[in-house]
Design a protein around this ligand. Sequence first.
Ligand code: BGC
Length: 687
Amino acid sequence: MLVWGALLGGGACRTAAWSPETVERTEHTLGQMSLPEKVALLHGSGARAVPGGVGYVAPNRRLGIPPLVMANGPQGWGPWSGEHGNSTCWPSGLTIAATFDRELAGEWGAAMGAEFYAKGTNVQLGPDLNVARVPSGGRNFESLSGEDPFLGYALSQPVVRGIQGNHVLAVAKHWVLNNQETNRLSDDAVADERTRHELYYPPFDGAVSAGVSAVMCSYNRVGGAWSCENQETLRGELKGRLGFGGFVVSDWGATHGVESAGAGLDMEQPGAKFMGDVLLAEVRSGAVPEAVVDASARRVLQPMYEYGIFEHAGQWENLSKRSLDVTSPSHSALARRLAAAATVLARNEGLLPVPAAARRIAVIGAQAREPTVHGWGSGAVLPTYVVSPLRAIRERAVLCGCTVVYDDGADERRAASVAAEADIVVVVVGDSSHEGLDRPTLALPGSQDALVRAVAAAAGSRTVVACISPGAVLLPWDEEVSALLLMLMPGLEVGNALADVLWGEVNPSGRLPVTMPGRDNEVNFSAAMFPGSDGRSVYSERLLVGYRWYDTHGVTPRYPFGHGLSYTRFEYHGLSIDASALLVNCSVANAGRRAGSEVAQLYLAFPARAASPPQQLRGFVRTGVLAPGESAEVSFRLRARDVSAYDPASREWAVVPGEFEVRVGASSRDVRLVGRFSPGTTEALLV
Ligand code: BGC
């Protein structure tokens, strides 16, 4: 039963502080629109309405309202139905998460936005912000959050700004609890209110605070009600508590009835099953107040005015733009820089960077020649080219006068004998992932594990493995090899990025945005938790997702969240805490022999009364490149929200009184400095 009064009154726009000009222009336009014209803004015209678009809202010629031309997705401009995209296959969202770098994330967003604009599309169906609850989740590769809400919160902001700075509306997706692909169209995800607010909403909160134009509601149900007609999560929480001021668009076909309109959905895609003629009839019959339509139309128009969709109207009308090649050398160079910055050096027993003395390099594995650079489904971007690891290593070899021998690894014994002859061996392994399916196992497919073992047995300490995965992956042989590099769907410049790191032109500084487990289902999900039983997946682990679970249960994963080594060594000194300003400072010094940058991370252990996980990421800073002996001052400015817990009784965030422990270090398990403080509860700390 809908309460129209509450609907029309509720939902202050906290962050979508639309400019006075936007508000004025919106109201002026709205005032001139007939009811059918307003309803026409609230649905798509079919996925095939324009070439290369996946969603389309028709223009209003009478009033000069431009069309909305929507395309996937979170890894760049994706082609529809396998047409060639002529766009950059960027590193995935999860790769960007591994940079732990707000600036790089912003550059990624801006570059994607520029390509969407050049393609004549003004809505990007991304970024994906879902928190990787399920390690085998089929779409984990798409998300900027990895397994941590703060990481998603911090990175979603520059990405949204970057996209929207190009007159392209960003769509944060998928709201919410859309964390598995198994039964994705029917699963009822059940999580308590505190868990939702503390774990799954913060990345969206970040997007909202950056003025995101739209949020996509998901296919699943949340606590019994379909996500796209869920009054509590849409009206109450997203628009109400989070203060989201843009429009809610349905995932494609995720609508189930005209009730969605009153529940908080503003736009149906890709068609008009409910939000077209059906809605019109409901309003005409008086069953739905016209103000509901006005509110949604307003939410659609405001971001269109705010981000310049009207000023650039000609750009969206020219259909030929969809087939333009929008790639460029500068975008390729950026893709390479991003993928290199995100590459995680998980292990290095003194082998890397490639020693100058290495003359004969063996490259092994099918992935070396045909690497997996993106996942499949709506997040796929067909690359115009791929620089494979094999090609990039061959190019490097020419420069250093080395010989490269390649073996595809199909025959382990043959590969082992090739490896035995080499000065250094690079084995490239990997896995893919697909929307619609969770991975049945985190183990690498086929006989890749056996291949690594056979090569390691033959080449011993000269073996490097580069593993390309869509997220968590099992690395049971890691101690048998000397070096291990991890990449997470790195995009079209994969080979160059890998070679940059192998040869030390880029000193690795990527960090794991997800825990690398020791086995499948190490976090002990019961069937009721994942994939669910009786149609429901129950989030009974509550806040204990990812490293929060490992820390609570004292389990050592294969590689912990936040982990990533360097070719140099960093020391941390001089922790100081200003409790009243919530400011934590320290210095990070390069104590090794190579230049490099460090990602310093801050974890907070809450006072016991908060009943919070043992520690939670609340800050990260990537230093600039530090020369040997150089140090940098690092500052973490905490928000009151960072020292607060969500209290379901009052339905408010509240600063937790008591003593916090600050842990600053190089990963969630490599803490270098520890301090304590008690935050004030003054007004300065308003949450
Ligand atoms: C996906 C969305 C995507 C949409 C349009 C859906 O199946 O879940 O992420 O944007 O399709 O292609």
